[in-house]
Design a protein around this ligand. Structure first.
Ligand code: CTP
Length: 399
């Protein structure tokens, strides 16, 4: 797949640089043409000689030496893709601010091709708000980030921050070139996250949904060419994908209004939000005081968004619901599929380890109207999103 592709590999100063040697070898084996740029600090971790031998090209480090000047603009134009692996915290920070004190950074600023980065750092650095902000900034520039892995770190500690394995990086690069654009022109509506039902100006009733599953679904649709309206309840997720229009809402009622409006022009709607089933009957405009020993809140049912859209569904529109259950899973999922007039129901069982709210993984079963059920293994939420979208695309052929 990577035959004759031109890949510019940037290596920064990080222990994970040893993996770049294997990455270079695998890229060459896959038929790619590879040019390596190292930051001066990277030389302390791997030798230019190993990399020039493997890449079959001189390794570039300096912007200029006594006799020549490295043409970073042409390098940036030469490449089909620039991959910075490993990406250290230092280079990450410089990339976000446009600092340009070495050849790698100058080339990054000149690159007209897609840029992919594979961060590598210790867990505490990985979790620091500055790192998160810097990565969000790179994403907003359109750069793609290969998620770090969990494992043993250079510090000897165990946790998040390991650079992705070379094989995973190759897979990621291949996806850039061979992204399926099978949903070009389609309009998608996704609901995600929890809702907050206000009791007074400072308190609400909510749930633990993170919105990660819905965001991954929105992302998968967008990657495949669709235009997505993502109606997102209160969540810490930052979404900066060009073809995802995020509509932030707080309450079930706000989510209902936004969903009804967007559904009219949608081809597909995926209701992955954990919408509150009940909301306080009264909202107190003044903060409620604790002057009684007991306090009873009367709740009224919220409007069921999925069911409402199911009733409004026109020919050609597809509607997908979620069911989170911990007993009689199949029976409840099938009942919801039917009573809400959905086309697919995605079941999360609370009995499955690593599935449900907050996790980065999920394990699902998809039920179809015909009664067919497909059971999937536990996977990352990105992979689960792919499975769900694949199933929907498959179904589109029959509507
Ligand atoms: N849903 C919705 N609007 C609501 C409630 C739920 O759109 N007011 C959607 C969810 O996004 C999800 C599906 O309906 O796709 C879940 O069905 P639901 O019957 O609400 O499940 P639970 O909330 O788990 O209901 P129950 O507690 O009765 O199982």
């Amino acid at each position: 797949m990577l035959k004759d592709k031109k890949i510019l590999l940037g290596i920064t100063g990080s222990i994970a640089a040893y993996k770049s040697i294997l990455l270079t070898r695998l890229l060459i084996k896959a038929g790619a043409e590879v040019k390596v740029i190292m930051t001066p600090a990277a030389k302390d971790f791997v030798t230019p000689l190993s990399l020039s031998t493997l890449s079959k090209n001189p390794v570039l480090i300096d912007l200029f030496d006594a006799a020549s000047w490295a043409n970073h603009v042409m390098l940036g134009r030469w490449a089909d893709v620039m991959v910075i692996a490993p990406l250290s915290c230092n280079t990450l920070a410089k990339m976000t601010t446009g600092l340009c004190d070495n050849l790698l950074l100058a080339t990054y600023l000149s690159a007209t091709c897609p840029v992919i980065v594979a961060p590598a750092m210790d867990e505490d650095m990985w979790k620091h708000s500055t790192t998160k902000n810097n990565l969000s900034k790179l994403e907003s520039f359109g750069n793609k980030i290969i998620p770090v892995e969990k494992g043993e770190l250079a510090s000897g500690l165990y946790g998040d921050g390991r650079m992705a394995e070379p094989e995973a990086i190759i897979q990621f690069i291949e996806n850039i070139f061979f992204l399926k654009k099978d949903l070009l022109g389609k309009k998608i509506l996704v609901t995600a996250g929890p809702t907050h039902e206000a009791l007074d100006p400072v308190r609400f009733i909510g749930n633990h949904s993170s919105g990660k599953m819905g965001a991954a679904i929105a992302n998968e649709f967008a990657n495949r060419g669709a235009q997505v309206d993502l109606i997102l309840g209160p969540s810490s997720l930052k979404i900066n994908t060009p073809n995802i229009n995020v509509i932030n809402v707080e309450s079930a009622d706000e989510m209902f209004n936004a969903a009804v409006e967007k559904f009219a022009s949608a081809d597909i709607a995926v209701m992955s939000a954990a919408v509150a089933d009940y909301t306080p009957a009264e909202f107190s405009t003044k903060k409620i005081k604790k002057n009684t020993d007991t306090f009873v809140v009367e709740l009224t049912k919220t409007k069921d968004i999925l069911k409402t859209l199911g009733a409004q569904k026109k020919n050609g529109q597809l509607l997908i619901g979620f069911a989170l259950e911990n007993n009689n899973e199949k029976e409840y999922a099938l009942n919801k599929l039917k009573s809400k007039n959905a086309d697919l129901m995605v079941l999360n069982s609370l009995n499955d380890e690593g599935a449900g709210f907050g996790y980065d993984t999920n394990k699902i079963t998809i039920f179809e109207k015909s009664g067919k059920e497909t059971v999937y293994e536990k996977k990352s939420k990105q992979q689960v999103a792919k499975d769900i979208v694949d199933k929907i695309v498959n179904m589109m052929m029959y509507v």
